[in-house]
Design a protein around this ligand. Structure first.
Ligand code: ADP
Length: 715
């Protein structure tokens, strides 16, 4: 009853605010370049965790006042327990004992604590509630509005971020449009958004399912096998079961000492659900009579890097700020999740030892060995910087580790981008009003013993919880603040908001000055780009721009995106994701690809053959026609047919030139199509790939294409 009353009160209050604001906004809108951060707020870098405990306490109180209702997670009430202060100070003293390493840009991280996650402090010099410095001017600034009604488990971290920025939260939604909509699950959490920005891209969840991610990376592996060898060899089940069995049999026949291990992951599983290890295809768990479940079976990395004899992985947060132009940021701080049983290379005996082989927090937290620590550099969940610190102290070249990770992230997003654009156009067709999108992704990365990073998976909805469940007495669980999570996640959300600030029109995009050299030229540095365009009073962003910053090093990889641009052109603007047979014919005709040896009848056969096979591989799809992946396969086929005796990549590049040349000629005589930018208002630089001269164009021969079998290039 009182809950309901509180909600009504909040709603009424919001309605009033909307009215007042509407009136006030008209007179008080600031010039576009003015910082949205009220002048009476100053930021200081987070100093230590003991402060965080104090803030944690007061935060807990003020939240209950401000929200006027109890926090709920999964239907449970969540009282906050304050960790013992002595724990914090112990953790802190450990952290601050660590010497500082001065590696450009990582110095802050290497102290074992990050300054990136700044704190808000009230302006010290206040008189009569007004800041001396900024006076009334600050009051006139329009606060950015954020609809948090669908934020779900990221709500706590989001609220803290909004409070730090002094923005305006709408916890129950708002009648009029908000600047930013924060969704907990997908783009569609809130339907009918026609303006503003949403923190999810349409199609991201679908693209990041294990099978689709594997397919997208595989397409890139076909073109750039060496550049994409950071993803373990994978087979898609059930369609590639025979291939998997045959290849493994051949492998073992050739070398009987080989004892490979594979990890089987259900397609839409998460948190380690349904995952198991096998040593032979015959060990796949199949319920008799039913088909093999949709899943990915993957080469198991047998020699991971260990710390304290434990396997661990890295969760890195990556912001895709816009698709067009492509803008990618990486959080300088991440999490390392540790196993809770000492690692041994897989053997028939230990295959089922989950706490030894799987690093998932959700699994290991149930192990008796799990260590909750208030320090960022000990325990079963630590900051990535503390791990880097450990490695650096052993002489590891951590700049190289970082630059390899940056390359992995950029390449992965480049693999996903083409299909994401198709989803985007289907949901928000050109000319239709709609929001722009951005998204925080969770990259799970494993470091191999030789320090090479391997991509395990990408999460569309990485957990942004800043509390963890703890058994306070037998059978009684409570949620308590988790300083490590708070340290990392609040910074990521707050700085994402800062980058998406609609009132901050000035570009954060740096010109692509990365130089034309290969990836080794990635320089791990803070640079000034993160600060550019941001108010002086703010700490530097914990998100580091990596694209377009490193455009020159990676743009040559964006070949599939050019194929997708052609696909989208012939798809039209009907909100569909599949190409019909007539449109495919038009593509062939307009690009002048048919001739006496390749008739339109052959074109139809090609269309039917490929489309039918892909329909079989995508059983859930309700739409008929040719999907992007099938179009790419057709494109590869056409390229191989036309340009013989070259690498597939070269064939494809040559065909792209033919098609783009033909289409360009036509578009001069055509009316331009309405084009909807996938960008956010702060970005204007186009990073669409144009010229492609790969530094590694001629390394490997590709096997001949077969029309009736999807090319398969396990590296
Ligand atoms: P989920 O989405 O269920 O967490 P992941 O792909 O992240 O699935 O796998 C779960 C865990 O299994 C990872 O955190 C990692 O510890 C381990 N793992 C996954 N793939 C591999 C691999 N190819 N080699 C070694 N370990 C792996």
């Amino acid at each position: 009853m009182s809950d309901h009353y509180e909600r009504v009160k909040i709603e009424l209050q919001q309605m009033k605010e909307v009215e007042n604001e509407a009136a006030a906004d008209e007179e008080q809108l600031p010039p576009a370049s003015v910082s949205p951060i009220p002048a009476d707020v100053s930021f200081t870098a987070r100093r230590d965790l003991s402060k965080s405990s104090i803030n944690g306490r007061s935060r807990s109180k003020s939240r209950s006042k401000a929200d006027g209702r109890e926090r709920q997670v999964n239907g449970k009430q969540l009282p906050y327990l304050t960790p013992q202060k002595s724990d914090y100070s112990q953790g802190q003293s450990r952290v601050s004992d660590e010497p500082n390493l001065h590696i450009k840009g990582t110095a802050k991280l290497l102290k074992g604590k990050t300054a990136a996650n700044g704190h808000v402090e009230s302006c010290q010099r206040q008189t009569d509630g007004k800041c001396e410095h900024h006076g009334k001017e600050a009051k006139k600034r329009r606060a950015v509005t954020v609809d948090t009604s669908k934020a779900k488990t990221s709500l706590e971290a989001l609220k803290m971020s909004i409070r730090q920025l002094k923005w305006k939260e709408f916890p129950m939604g708002r009648r009029t449009a908000c600047d930013i909509y924060w969704h907990g699950v997908s783009f569609h959490d809130n339907e009918n958004i026609i303006s503003g920005q949403v923190n999810k891209f349409p199609g991201m969840i679908e693209m990041l399912r294990k099978i689709n991610l594997s397919r997208a990376v595989r397409t890139m592996q076909e073109l750039f096998p060496e550049e994409y060898n950071f993803y373990p060899r994978s087979w898609i089940l059930p369609e590639e079961y025979q291939l998997f069995s045959t290849q493994i049999r051949l492998l073992k026949d050739n070398d009987s000492t080989l004892k490979p291990t594979f990890i089987v992951k259900p397609d839409s599983g998460s948190q380690g659900d349904g995952i198991y290890l096998i040593r032979d295809p015959a060990d796949l768990r199949v319920i008799s009579g039913s088909p093999i479940k949709q899943s990915v079976v993957q080469e198991y990395i047998q020699k991971p890097l260990l710390i304290d004899k434990l396997k661990f992985d890295i969760r890195l947060y990556v912001l895709v700020r816009s698709l067009e132009p492509l803008e990618i940021y990486i959080a300088k701080e991440g999490l390392s999740r540790f196993c809770t049983e000492p690692y041994q290379e897989p053997s028939q005996k230990n295959l089922s030892h989950v706490f030894m082989h799987l690093t998932n927090y959700s699994l290991n937290v149930h192990s008796g060995n799990f260590v909750h620590s208030d320090s960022c550099s000990t325990g079963s969940k630590r900051t990535f910087s503390s791990v880097l610190y450990r490695l650096a102290s052993k002489g590891v070249d951590i700049k190289k580790v970082w630059s390899d990770i940056i390359a992995l992230v950029i390449k992965t997003v480049i693999a996903l981008e083409p299909e994401l654009k198709v989803y985007y156009q289907a949901d928000i067709p050109p000319g239709k009003p709609g929001p722009t999108c951005f998204q925080i992704l969770g990259f799970d990365i494993l470091l191999m013993k030789n320090l090479k990073p391997v991509l395990l998976e990408v999460n569309a909805n990485p957990s942004m919880r800043i509390e963890h469940e703890q058994e306070v007495s037998p059978g009684v669980f409570e949620y308590v603040p988790s300083p490590v999570d708070e340290e990392v996640k609040v910074g990521v959300i707050r700085d994402t908001l800062r980058l998406m600030d609609p009132t901050q029109r000035k570009q954060h995009v740096t010109s692509s000055t990365g130089g034309g050299s290969p990836e080794a030229a990635i320089v791990v540095e803070t640079g000034s780009d993160e600060k550019e365009g941001l108010a002086d009073s703010l700490p530097s962003l914990c998100l580091k721009q990596v694209f377009p910053k490193y455009t020159k090093q990676f743009n040559y990889l964006r070949v599939v995106e050019r194929i997708a641009t052609i696909f989208l052109r012939f798809l039209g603007v009907k909100g569909t994701m599949r190409l019909g047979p007539t449109s495919f014919r038009t593509f062939i005709r307009n690009c002048k690809l048919s001739n006496s040896s390749f008739s339109m009848a052959s074109v139809d056969i090609l269309y039917i053959d490929i489309t039918r096979r892909w329909a079989g591989m995508l059983p859930d799809s309700r739409e008929a026609g040719m999907c992007l992946q099938a179009f790419i396969e057709a494109f590869f086929y056409l390229a191989a047919r036309r340009f013989k005796a070259l690498l597939l990549r070269e064939q494809v590049l040559l065909l792209l030139e033919v098609c783009e040349g033909a289409l360009e000629g036509q578009s001069h005589s055509e009316k331009p199509r309405p084009h909807r930018s996938h960008t956010n208002p702060a970005s204007s630089q186009s990073s669409a790939p144009t010229t492609f001269s790969s530094p590694a164009l001629t390394r490997r021969r590709h096997r001949p294409m077969q029309l009736s079998a999807k090319a398969n290039t396990e590296n």
